[in-house]
Write a protein that binds this ligand. Structure first.
Ligand SMILES: [Zn+2]
Length: 133
C-alpha cells in the first residue's frame, strides 16, 4: 500500500439505481494493485465486510437449523407421550382397582399380595412403555 498522494481519486464503482452506476471519484486513501480507492471501496475492506456478513448469515442459519431440530425433537417426544396416554390411564385405573380390591381383602395376606403384585406389574409395564416408547 502506497502513501496517499493528493490528487488520486477512488476508482471504485458505485452501483446506482438510475444510470446503472458511476465511478466513485472521492479522495482516495489506499492503493491496491496500482489502483486507488477510498476506504469504502478498498477491495480488502469490501472483502472483509462481505466475509463478516457471510459469517453472520452462517451463524444465523446454524442457529435456525438448531432451533428447527430442537422443535422437531420436542414434537416427536410430545407425540410419543400422547401415544402412551391411553395405556397409562388404563394402567393407572387397573392399578387403582387392584389396590382398592387388595384393601377389601386385608388382612388376608395372600389375595392382598397377589392384587398388589398385579397393580405393581401394571404400573411397571405402563411406565416402561412411557419411558422407552
Ligand atoms: Zn470510493
Amino acid at each position: 500500500m502506497s502513501a496517499h498522494t493528493p490528487g488520486h481519486t477512488c476508482v471504485g464503482f458505485v452501483v446506482g439505481e438510475r444510470c446503472g452506476g458511476y465511478t466513485c471519484g472521492r479522495r482516495a486513501k489506499v492503493e491496491r494493485g496500482g489502483k486507488w480507492y477510498c476506504l469504502t471501496h478498498d477491495p480488502e475492506r469490501v472483502a472483509a465486510r462481505a466475509e463478516a456478513r457471510s459469517e453472520k448469515w452462517r451463524r444465523e442459519r446454524d442457529a435456525d437449523h438448531a432451533r428447527y431440530a430442537r422443535q422437531a425433537a420436542e414434537q416427536t417426544e410430545t407425540k410419543r407421550r400422547a401415544a402412551c396416554y391411553a395405556d397409562l390411564l388404563a394402567a393407572c385405573e387397573a392399578a387403582q382397582a387392584a389396590i382398592v380390591a387388595a384393601g377389601m381383602f386385608l388382612p388376608d395376606g395372600d389375595d392382598a399380595d397377589r392384587l398388589c403384585a398385579t397393580a405393581l406389574a401394571e404400573l411397571m409395564r405402563a411406565s416402561r412403555k412411557a419411558r422407552e416408547g
